[in-house]
Write a protein of this length. Structure first.
Length: 181
């Protein structure tokens, strides 16, 4: 990790804090979805670390699926155009859907995905995001579950990337500007 660490300006959420977040959210989701038919859908690729760790703390039977979308390309800001790269495989009829996202920024991607999936017959759709940047929101969207808020900086680690790199950092940090400018 030494090579990756040198590109980080500041650690914003430590590995220990991430574990605490997963435990807290997992316990709350367990309570809220008790007796429901839970389908957890991770939005790839960024949510994979979060989703994997979070579901270990959800003490309920559940099914997993994935949705791959893109609105960034290799840039640092959302383009606004959401593209579905991989759709979910499970029919949503009769499920209570929990969408798992790594970061809620502009809100465009989750708004688009939520509206698209709402037409498919799920009993309910809830949103869980590891990180929230409310000051960047351009769409009126409020997640049901939030790990923590982060400042308006470009963050990487624990699944979040810059140009497909840095996902494997065990924490979340702000990337030095000279890396992406």
């Amino acid at each position: 990790m030494e090579q990756l660490n040198k590109d980080i300006n500041e650690v914003l959420v430590s590995a220990e804090q991430l574990e605490e977040i997963n435990k807290r959210l997992g316990e709350q989701i367990t309570k809220d979805f008790e007796g429901k038919n839970l389908l957890v859908v991770g939005i790839l690729k960024g949510s994979v670390y979060f989703m994997t760790d979070l579901t270990r703390y959800i003490d309920l039977p559940l099914k997993l699926d994935f949705l791959a979308v893109s609105s960034y390309g290799s840039g640092t800001r959302s383009s606004g155009a959401v593209k579905i790269i991989k759709d979910i495989d499970i029919d949503l009829q009769g499920y209570d859907l929990l969408l798992i996202e790594d970061i809620l920024d502009s809100g465009r991607t989750l708004d688009y995905v939520s509206r698209m999936l709402a037409t498919r017959g799920a009993n309910s759709i809830s949103i869980c995001t590891l990180l929230d940047k409310p000051e960047r929101r351009v769409v009126d969207l409020t997640p049901d579950y939030v790990g923590c808020s982060v400042p308006d900086e470009f963050v990487v680690g624990y699944g979040l990337d810059y140009d497909q790199k840095y996902r494997n950092l065990p924490y979340i940090g702000s990337l030095k500007r000279e890396i992406y400018e």
